[in-house]
Design a protein around this ligand. Structure first.
Ligand code: ADP
Length: 416
């Protein structure tokens, strides 16, 4: 069903004031270059984690909708795979140009649905667009190889071919970059794709898909299936088990990654997983402490600690431990917590209540077992449930959850 003509009405009736005037905000999913509802008619809400306001609704798609999108991508592959490298390069360049022209609006949509400060959202959009820029050029460079044959009657040539439909399942912490990084590569190679964005941040994905269509990327080459957390498992299962899908690229939690890996086995898909971590950050006494503290702020407190490379445990050489912690405290006091859309804010909310509860429980567990809180340690109560004080703790041991689990929050765990 093509509902493009009805779209302004849908937007005007359903979107919150905050994003109503934005031209790229969509409330339908994107399949075969058409804006479509879920076949069941079901929707789910997208909320702003800073204030809990409902930003809008998007389709809560199910197994049937996903199969339909996979079919469309499979059909589109039959022609897309035969486009020349130059044609794909030109189309990716057009998409990149439109992404650049609209970078401010994409950043504002991202801040509204993910809570990350506007300056960080703008940074992510630049980073995200860079992947399309890069792949528009790399699309031209997919060479093969001719190798020496062991017999005179045979010639040996290696050529690179697109694998088919790529399923792309992405997280909410980088709502744009995790999509362009995967989709840019897929399209450059001649693959088509079905994107399932995270339920917290579908609006950024849909805005980028809108620009892909405007760039002239043919129908069915990029499809975006939106669904709630409730439906993620069934939608994911279709993407992993469909014989029409050739590969899966996933960025997200380790548990879900393991499940998808297992599900992809039945059809022996190419699988590419980027999962969680427990990143150590090590400071020796020879370090420039100012630089080390600056680095800690960047890699512990960026995106409120919600990145897969966030420092999870800071190991500080004993001789400089107190000095480092004192300097870090000073720097952390300079962080400003608030709505990411407000000027000067460096620390937005955590993405949702589940994540906020987890971070609170991790700190409580550490404190109960003897950790010392130098700064913060609690939710910012006057701001609702999702804001957490930038926190520094020490006296941490192996029995504590903060030592063993990915925190994904603004909690610096300092260990001598
Ligand atoms: P997080 O806990 O940070 O949200 P997840 O791994 O749960 O990380 O989510 C990353 C992506 O994986 C999201 O798009 C989410 O909807 C999706 N996802 C979650 N559970 C499943 C599942 N069982 N099958 C497929 N995708 C899933």
């Amino acid at each position: 069903m093509n509902v493009i003509g009805k779209l302004p009405f849908v937007i005007a009736t359903r979107l919150s004031q905050q994003i109503r005037n934005m031209s790229l905000v969509r409330s339908l999913a994107f399949v075969n270059n058409q804006w479509v509802p879920a076949s069941s008619g079901e929707t789910f809400e997208v909320t702003n984690p800073a204030n809990g306001q409902v930003l809008g609704q998007v389709p809560d798609m199910d197994v049937d909708d996903t199969e339909q999108a996979v079919n469309v991508a499979f059909e589109a592959f039959k022609t897309w795979e035969h486009t020349t490298a130059k044609e794909r390069s030109v189309l990716l360049r057009k998409w990149y140009n439109l992404l650049e022209d609209n970078k401010d609006e994409i950043a504002r949509i991202m801040t509204a649905e993910s809570g990350k400060p506007l300056s960080e959202a703008a940074g992510e959009v630049a980073y995200a667009n860079g992947f399309i820029d890069w792949f528009s050029e790399e699309a031209r460079r997919i060479p093969g190889e001719i190798v020496a044959s062991p017999t005179q009657t045979k010639e040996m040539m290696m050529i690179r071919r697109p694998i088919g439909v790529a399923a792309l399942i992405t997280p909410w912490n980088f709502p744009a970059a995790m999509i362009t990084r995967k989709a840019g590569a897929a399209l450059a190679a001649g693959c088509t794709c079905v994107i399932k964005p995270a339920e917290d941040t579908p609006l950024t994905a849909l805005a980028m898909a809108d620009l892909a269509a405007k760039a002239g990327i043919p129908k069915g080459v990029i499809n975006v299936v939106t669904c709630s957390r409730k439906k993620a498992a069934e939608v994911g299962r279709v993407l992993c088990t469909s014989p029409q899908v050739a590969g899966l690229s996933f960025t997200g939690s380790t548990n879900v990654g393991k499940l998808l890996y297992e599900q992809c086995a039945s059809t022996v898909k190419r699988v590419s997983l980027e999962l969680g971590g427990n990143a150590p950050y090590i400071v020796f006494e020879s370090a420039d402490l100012e630089a080390a503290v600056k680095g800690t702020i960047a890699c512990k407190f960026r995106n409120c600690g919600q990145t897969c490379v966030s420092a999870n445990r800071l190991f500080i050489q004993e001789s400089i431990f107190d000095q480092f912690v004192a300097k870090l405290e000073e720097a952390v006091k300079g962080l400003k917590v608030g709505d990411g859309a407000a000027a000067g804010v460096t620390q937005g909310p955590l993405i949702n209540d589940a994540q906020a509860t987890k971070v609170k429980q991790l700190v409580e567990d550490a404190v109960k077992k003897g950790a010392k809180v130098h700064l913060g340690g609690k939710p910012v109560s006057e701001m609702g449930t999702r804001f957490f004080q930038p926190t520094i703790i020490s006296d941490v041991d192996h029995s504590m959850r903060v030592f063993n689990e990915e925190i994904f929050g603004p909690v610096a765990v300092c260990i001598p």
